[in-house]
Design a binder for this molecule. Structure first.
Ligand SMILES: [Zn+2]
Length: 291
């Protein structure tokens, strides 16, 4: 059912954020998981269909006469990924990125670069999708409600919002004020990470073996924070003091491991200030204090 009042409000919106703000004004009450198909039908998506997964798990077909669209997704796509694919295509549809048919690859659905027109369009569709499925104010309240940071929170977020773990991790990393990183590993091998903006550059490369302590971690281990060697994980510039790094790991029986790395930003700032103070107060070698 097309919502004309909503469509009128969306007509002047040119960015994912203005679209999402207008949509949230129409439906301000938190209701999760967000009904992404209902949203799509309100704004002009006439139907949904299955397609073969030929490397492009989702597509958008626009009828230029009626300006309505059909969103396709690969048959057998798990529900969280199907929801994300629909939200992504809805982003293309509302942002007016293209006027014919479009197929998006797995890489497009994770694009976060903006150095070409194509990548920028994909990145904007992803920003829209994340914001539609996990509206910022609801997401922030939900995460605060979970309490003290834990590696187990990601599964709770994914379940609440009906999204995959990597999509939940990306949103968390984008919105958090904390200095942390989610890392995904399988069978003892690091695969990819979702670091927060303020987190130092990672030194560990995709395909690298995890540090020994994590290779020995078992599904039945108690989840607890443990100190980690910064040199195993992050790039520490020569001559600088490495930050104190802590980690939690959740190991699954299928060989999947989720790791949360955390740095206490406030403690690091205090340590930096103290180091600076100590350096300026200590007498310089070979120089007498002037009188
Ligand atoms: Zn796309």
């Amino acid at each position: 059912m097309i919502d004309k009042a909503l469509l009128n409000d969306l007509a002047g919106c040119e960015s994912p954020e203005t679209l999402l703000a207008a949509m949230l004004r129409h439906h301000p009450e938190p209701r999760t998981p967000v009904d992404v198909e209902a949203w799509a039908r309100k704004v002009g998506i006439a139907d949904f269909g299955e397609r073969d997964d030929d490397g492009a798990p989702s597509g958008l077909i626009i009828d230029p006469v009626t300006n309505s669209g059909i969103i396709e997704f690969a048959a057998g796509l798990p529900a969280p990924r199907r929801r994300y694919a629909i939200a992504h295509q809805l982003g293309h549809f509302l942002l007016g990125d293209h006027h014919g048919d479009r197929q998006c690859t797995h890489r497009d659905l994770a694009e976060n670069r903006r150095d070409t027109t194509h990548r920028k369009q994909e990145m904007r569709a992803n920003r829209f999708a994340a914001g539609l499925l996990m509206p910022k104010p609801w997401f922030s309240d939900f995460v605060v409600g979970l309490g003290k940071q834990s590696v187990l929170h990601l599964a709770a977020i994914a379940a609440e919002y009906g999204v995959s773990l990597d999509v939940a991790a990306t949103r968390y990393a984008d919105l958090t004020q904390t200095m942390g990183a989610w890392l995904f590993a399988k069978d003892g091998t690091f695969r990819y990470a979702r670091p927060s903006r303020s987190f130092p550059d990672l030194a560990i490369q995709a395909g690298a073996a995890l540090p020994a302590a994590l290779l020995a971690a078992k599904p039945e281990d108690r989840i607890a924070w443990a100190p980690a060697d910064p040199r195993d994980w992050i790039a520490v510039p020569r001559g600088s003091r490495p930050p104190k790094l802590a980690l939690q790991v959740h190991s699954k029986a299928n060989g999947f491991q989720l790791i949360l790395l955390s740095i206490n930003a406030a403690a690091e700032r205090r340590a930096d200030e103290e180091a600076e103070k100590a350096a300026t107060e200590s007498p310089k070698f070979g120089r007498r204090p002037s009188r």
